[in-house]
Design a protein around this ligand. Sequence first.
Ligand code: KG4
Ligand code: ZN
Length: 337
Amino acid sequence: MEDILILGIESSCDETAAAVVKNGREVLSNVINSQIDIHKQYGGVVPEIASRCHIEAVNTVVDEALEQAGVTFNDIDAIAVTYGPGLVGALLVGVSTAKALAYALKKPLVHVHHIKGHICANYVAHPGLKPPFTCLVASGGHSHIVYAEDFMKYEIMGMTRDDAAGEAFDKIARVIGLGYPGGPKIDKLAKEGNPNAVEFPRVKMANDSLDFSFSGVKTAVINYVHKLDQKGEEYNKADIAASFQNAVTDALCSHTIEAAKRKNSKTIVLAGGVASNSALRAKMSEQAGKQGIDVLYPPPVLCTDNAVMIASAGYFEYISGTRADMKLNAVPSLTLS
Ligand code: KG4
Ligand code: ZN
């Protein structure tokens, strides 16, 4: 079979990224222009600034992706782009760029769902991985448990009813003064703290639901910190970070393992920015291991937003015949079906 090279483009949030991937699994290049240093002055992503930064960066990022891969536009079989979910102005930059390239080069255009992209990062990290498996996708915008029945068929088994896990990490980091993005900072600080110092709530859903809710734990941490602040008492940030992380990862692990058990699934796959959390990786591996379930996750650079995952997902879409035309638009609240 001929090799298939996909150019992936991702711009749904604050990373302008382009990558070339061979046959959905092999990374030829991975270029990421992060805007974190700009947004951190504001404590979070400012959508209008994100769109402008994407426009400035996108052409250079695409050129670099081709150069690093040692290929030209001629060698590319199709262009894959994230069309949702995400920030509308940010998505539009990637979508417009991909449409312009596809039109000018007369190459097929493939539209990719951002969450499916996160899942596909695992096909790159684990070349032997094949569905079926149970996947936890936890990022700044999403917390889903997804059963991947095959490369194209996904079933949502649970999702957050309020905040995404990463959003809760970012909020708590801000409250205890760690800055943006909070996930990696809490992860690091928590290593010096006691995860059982404070018992923050774990929400149990009724009717065997596998859904998550993180607003309760978030509010509990905020109230805890404010009460101590008002009394002028010191608190141990590392203990709070560790205890908060313990509560969130307990929920993520127990629901995902329960989902895997219901599907008799022997593999759990982690995806999304929160999948780089060291406590989550360790806890999931330990708890699932006791049930005879393997746990896989990508390296951190493929957990947070990147275009390798979009090129990989684009490959599986491409070989199944998915094509977009020049009417393709950004869909900010695209759901997973
Ligand atoms: O997947 P991603 O880059 O963007 C979205 O699609 O949302 O995820 C970013 C999120 C942020 O909320 C960030 O704080 C969180 O992932 N994150 C982490 C860690 N690294 C990134 N959360 C916990 N622990 C980490 N090590
Ligand atoms: Zn993402």
